[in-house]
Design a protein around this ligand. Structure first.
Ligand SMILES: [Zn+2]
Length: 301
């Protein structure tokens, strides 16, 4: 059996899966308050302790072959450390070392959360039997994974698939990565909420934004930004499928047609058949994908 852990901005999701990656048991730990309440050092300790207690409650007497961690940042999967994490205040090298020390006989693996979700899509979701594809996780930011020859492509420094930080507007809005005009500052769900707020509309839920007649123009402009990034991806990678995951996938049917038309108008090869779909995985994709890291690592050896 394997354990997969998905560390997010508001909660940690955990799964215990069998060797075919079917979920046997799940765990959910709320960490919103810890982020608000604690300073960096005590936040590290608190979150590591919560992860360990989560692992213990899933592990019980089961024989565990690997533990995989999906992290919201760039990760060197060979050195097993985090390269860069713009949105989190966690000292990450310590995180892996402490967890590995706590489970000395079980190999621990780490990768960025979007790569984990992409692995789950390849093995169980909309990217099964697809040769070349891109997975886009559109939520607070925009992360992604690239599939080439049916395998996850991580790049030469493990930073491939950072679609959210493509610059689409020169001297645009400042981004947490240090640049300006990044794709995620215009086409993420967070950006859509900000665009509504700037126009004087505040909604409780994202669903209301997509359903309101007041926000039609704002949603259209958001889809326009989204189409710029997606057209760039098509022009560079010529993939057969693009999967939309994250919060934006829940409302995909409302903007799919408009998105495809706008992407079509921007790509260089107009005859290209655009296969843009939403993720079929439910909320556990990140954790299930993390649970696959050990097997993926063994296959590559
Ligand atoms: Zn950026």
């Amino acid at each position: 059996m394997h354990i997969g852990i998905d560390i997010g901005g508001s909660h940690i999701g955990l799964v215990l899966v069998d060797n075919d990656f079917n979920i046997f048991k799940k765990g959910f730990i709320q960490i919103k308050d810890e982020y608000k309440r604690l300073e960096k050092n005590s936040l590290n300790t608190a979150i590591i302790n919560l992860i360990i207690s989560g692992i213990n409650s899933l592990k019980e007497n089961n024989e565990i072959n690997s533990i995989g961690i999906g992290f919201p940042g760039l990760c060197d999967i060979n050195k097993k450390h985090v390269i860069f994490t713009p949105n989190l205040n966690l000292d990450n090298n310590e995180l892996i070392r402490i967890i590995q020390d706590a489970y000395i006989d079980i190999p621990v693996y780490i990768d960025c959360d979007a790569n984990c979700s992409t692995l789950a899509e390849i093995n169980q979701g909309a990217l099964q039997n697809v040769v070349n594809a891109v997975f886009l996780a559109i939520g607070t930011g925009i992360g992604g994974g690239i599939v080439i020859d049916s395998k996850l492509y991580r790049g030469s420094s493990f930073i491939a698939g950072e679609f959210g930080h493509m610059v689409i507007i020169k001297d645009g809005i400042e981004c947490s990565c240090g640049n300006k005009g990044c794709f995620e500052k215009y086409a993420s769900i967070c950006a859509l909420k900000r665009q509504c707020k700037e126009a004087g509309y505040e909604f409780e839920t994202v669903e209301e934004i997509f359903n309101s007649s007041l926000t039609k123009k704002i949603v259209e402009q958001w889809v326009e930004y989204l189409s710029i990034g997606i057209a760039n991806i098509y022009n560079i990678l010529d993939v057969e499928k693009i999967i939309i995951g994250g919060g934006a996938s829940e409302h995909f049917d409302k903007y799919k047609k408009m998105l495809i038309e706008k992407v079509k108008s921007k790509i260089c090869y107009k005859q290209k058949i655009l296969n843009i779909e939403k993720s079929r995985m439910l909320n556990n994709a990140g954790a299930i994908g993390a649970s696959m890291l050990g097997s993926e690592y063994d296959e590559k050896k």
